[in-house]
Ligand binder design. Sequence first.
Ligand code: PMP
Length: 424
Amino acid sequence: MGHEELLARHRAVMPDWMALYYDRPIEIASASGRHVTDGEGRTYLDFFAGILTNAVGYDVAEISDAIRAQLSTGVVHSSTLYLIRSQVELAERIAGLSGIPDAKVFFTNSGTEANETALMLATRYRRSDQVLALRNSYHGRAFATVAITGNRSWSASSLSPVKVAWVHGGYRYRSPFRDLPDADYVSACVADLREVIATATAGEVACLVVEPIQGVGGFSSPPDGLFAAFKEVLDEHGVLLISDEVQTGWGRTGEHFWGIQAHGVTPDAMTFAKGLGNGLAIGGVVARGDLMDCLTANSLSTFGGNPLSTTGALATLDYLLDHDLQANAAKLGDRLIGGLRRIAEDRPAVGDVRGKGLMVGIELVGPKGEPDALKAVAVLEGARERGLLVGKGGLYGNVIRLAPPMTVTEDEVEEALGTLEAVL
Ligand code: PMP
């Protein structure tokens, strides 16, 4: 089947709202390291890495070997009603890495389910359906997660099983407090949080859910320490703090293993997914034991924590830690951000270059600083023409997102910078 026929058949049978990147969408036929090759034989440097799922790159021998060894047992899946060795080991590892006291872990198949589970835990624990979320957030597209997603272009439904109130903090570049010094920005957001709790919630609040760096929202992060300041307010009211680490986990931010650690605060729960499986579907929640155990009904997932995904995830975690990829993310992330800031100097269309580690955002603006989504589309297409895959995002669709596998090399960062300089 040729490319045109595949595209036509996709459009006929898949929902209209299932958007594909590019005027001429790509089919990835093979991949290795940081490179992917499309169905027509063209190779690209991948700086979006399957939207951050391929944390350590494609076709990594150690991970493929572990998966093959599991396949050779004949057990792709058994019921999660039975003991699964790799599941227990992975849970122990993640509990240990979480920094959460007495942590327990529950596995899902996706970030959405992980956040749905976290919301279930928090609302049940607090016996409240009132949730706080950051403006410009993205937490998934199931019923409760879409309700706490603060970007209406992702909204599949205006109905909601939870009550949601929104607070400032995540998207600084277009916040009313943007030009304040860091400490004043933090104070302004804390005052906003207090006011929202006092005036815009239905009494007792279950939790606040945050992304340490807003992913889909355009790789935007608040000053370090904001979430510790938030936690003080939350503690006054007994409100739980949940950190959505679906994009920021596993050392991608360079300076810390979990994004929330930049704030010097331990959350009550964290959710994770994406990079952990290096392409296999896995997600989960790690939470304080008493919070995790507050559910009384039987709770299981058919595939969450299955033998194949947890085997792949264990191998990925080993690879990440053995090769200190967090340090590589810090070093090459700095180089990427530094290079982009230099490129931005004489380009007024670049309003902001931001991020941490290998989560780098470029906000494109018009002459008056207004969001310019068409420029983002042009950069996306232009980079693809020159052999570089990047992402797009942001509340107004005007942010280019760079998130290569954490194994990326200096040469590849330089190559991407050269391409982006030409395109911008
Ligand atoms: N949380 C965050 C921060 C995300 O970026 C995403 C996915 N973009 C999700 C949750 C949902 O994850 P999934 O697509 O695996 O359901």
